[in-house]
Design a protein around this ligand. Structure first.
Ligand code: NDP
Ligand code: 2IT
Length: 457
């Protein structure tokens, strides 16, 4: 087929491209940051690849297929009417249905969801499973809300969202502020509206089509990735001291797996500050954190009241100055800046595996790379969660449930596969592995090649 082609000499350079992204997305700093992090690597990679330029592939991936924004109206326990803003960003479905979590947090806005949906596109491609990239959420704050209020919010949110999703269209899951309980409320409402049982959400309860090990998968997967990285330097995780941020789903399961592999976790955090427990946050203490957060909606500060020897550091302090061998940011975006990164390097930290999405800012990323740290970006290291979501979709289509041992093995295999792909595309001539570059290029290549096959769409 003969198509009109732009001349190769029409290419803009990286800064020209980023100027365009900034102009088209005013004020969306997180989205612009995520695109820059990818573009820095992709520009080098496609320099001599005319077909990607001609088809404007990067420009197309950085323009979401669609952004849906909608009003979510609900009634609180006092009978007052409340209004929030809900979204679904469908970034790219070249290799499979849109797939990605839903976040309920007061900070949610279009920029944050566009960055998350963009990142998700590369992450999902890296898993090797057929999933496109999407993300959704609302600026709803679940803190301090009753269970009934949360249920009414979820139902109202789904009353609009249902028309945009489907098992072969777009399959949301959990993220910050959305766990099994919220997925249950949303799934129930979807089923009620459509009168159809379909695997339209993942992270479901085991009674109604959920998959074993989905709750553990992100944190465990991020530790498996860390283990693979440290192996390249002939080390393992036995005896390492680990600093972890966050105390939600990803952080607690990362802590659990590090501990099971013989490491000692000494910090956890939330939005108010962090706790430092020099004796180590062992499995029983981790279980206490899980129960305390889930059932009693507790704050991490209470850990220091419960366990002798532990201290709480408030004023939104982050744990990065606590000396460690390995660090795992597992709370939120931009929670680790250039200065934090320099502190970690100075204190001898040699590996960082991100459980959260884009927790390290651009300056921090460059500090880690310059220091030749083993540094895994979230789109590679936290892909275990969405990978098991993909396996939940397969189980729903097959109408059966796989055994835990099968799923554990598949999660391991998928994380090993992502690590291999990072080595393939990220190995530098001096034998340093740039995992950011490896993940960006491997993820991009798969999506880009699918898009080329479709022509101009
Ligand atoms: P949870 O809601 O279970 O936990 C979030 C944790 O992060 C809480 O401890 C929370 O503290 C803290 N946190 C949230 N926002 C902020 C903030 N602005 N500043 C400081 N701390 C904050 O979420 P998850 O554990 O599921 O998600 C954590 C990260 O992992 C996110 O970046 C998410 O996108 C990413 N992720 C999650 C996956 C999953 O399967 N769940 C998969 C891949 C990535 P507080 O209670 O005070 O708000
Ligand atoms: O960021 C993520 O990968 C998630 N929140 C999980 C997405 C999913 O579809 O399981």
């Amino acid at each position: 087929m003969q198509m009109h082609r732009t001349s190769v000499t029409d290419h803009v350079d990286l800064e020209g491209f980023m100027e365009g992204v900034a102009r088209r997305n005013p004020g969306q700093s997180e989205f612009i940051q995520a695109v820059r992090e990818v573009a820095e690597d992709i520009f080098d990679f496609i320099e001599d690849k005319v077909e990607y330029h001609e088809a404007q592939i990067l420009r197309r991936i950085a323009e979401p297929d669609r952004v849906v924004s909608f009003r979510v109206c609900w009634e609180d326990d006092n009978g007052s009417i409340r209004v929030n803003r809900g979204y679904r960003v469908q970034n790219n479905n070249a290799i499979g249905p849109y797939k990605g979590g839903i976040r309920f947090h007061p900070s949610v806005n279009e920029s944050i969801l566009k960055f998350l949906a963009f990142e998700q596109t590369f992450k999902n491609a890296l898993t090797g499973l057929p999933m496109g990239g999407g993300k959704g959420g609302a600026n709803f704050n679940p803190k301090g809300k009753s269970v009934n209020e949360i249920m009414r919010f979820c139902q109202s949110f789904m009353t609009e969202l249902y028309r945009h999703i489907g098992a072969n269209v777009d399959v949301p899951a959990g993220d910050i502020g959305v766990g099994a309980r919220e997925i249950g409320f949303m799934f129930g409402q979807y089923k009620r509206i459509t009168n159809a049982w379909e695997g339209v959400l993942t992270g479901k309860g085991l009674e109604y089509g959920g998959s074993l090990i989905r709750p553990e998968a992100t944190g465990y997967g991020a530790v498996y990735f860390l283990e693979n990285m440290v192996k390249t330097r002939g080390r393992d995780l036995a005896g390492v001291t680990a600093v972890i941020s966050g105390s939600g789903n990803v952080a607690t399961h990362a802590a659990e797996k590090i501990t099971q592999l013989g490491g000692k976790v000494v910090t956890l955090s939330d939005s108010e500050g962090f706790i430092h427990d020099p004796d180590g946050i062992g499995l029983e203490k981790i279980q206490w954190v899980k129960d305390h957060k889930t059932h009693r909606r507790g704050r991490i500060s209470q850990y220091a009241e419960e366990f002798k020897g532990a201290t709480f550091h408030g004023d939104r302090a982050r744990p990065w100055a606590v000396p460690c061998d390995v660090a795992m940011p597992c709370a939120t975006q931009n929670e680790l800046n250039g200065e934090d990164a320099r502190t970690l390097v100075k204190n001898g930290c040699f590996a960082v595996s991100e459980g959260a999405n884009m927790p390290t800012d651009l300056e921090g990323v460059h500090v880690f790379k310059d220091a030749q740290l083993l540094y895994a970006p979230g789109k590679a290291s936290n892909a275990g969660g969405v990978a098991v979501s993909g396996l939940e979709m397969s189980q729903n289509s097959e109408r059966r449930s796989w055994k835990e041992s099968e799923l554990q093995q598949l999660l391991r295999d998928i994380m090993d596969g992502i690590h291999d792909r990072c080595l393939e595309y990220g190995r530098k001539s001096d034998d340093y592995v740039d995992y950011v570059k490896g993940a960006n290029i491997a993820g991009f290549k798969k999506v880009a090649d699918a898009m080329l096959a479709f022509g101009v769409v």
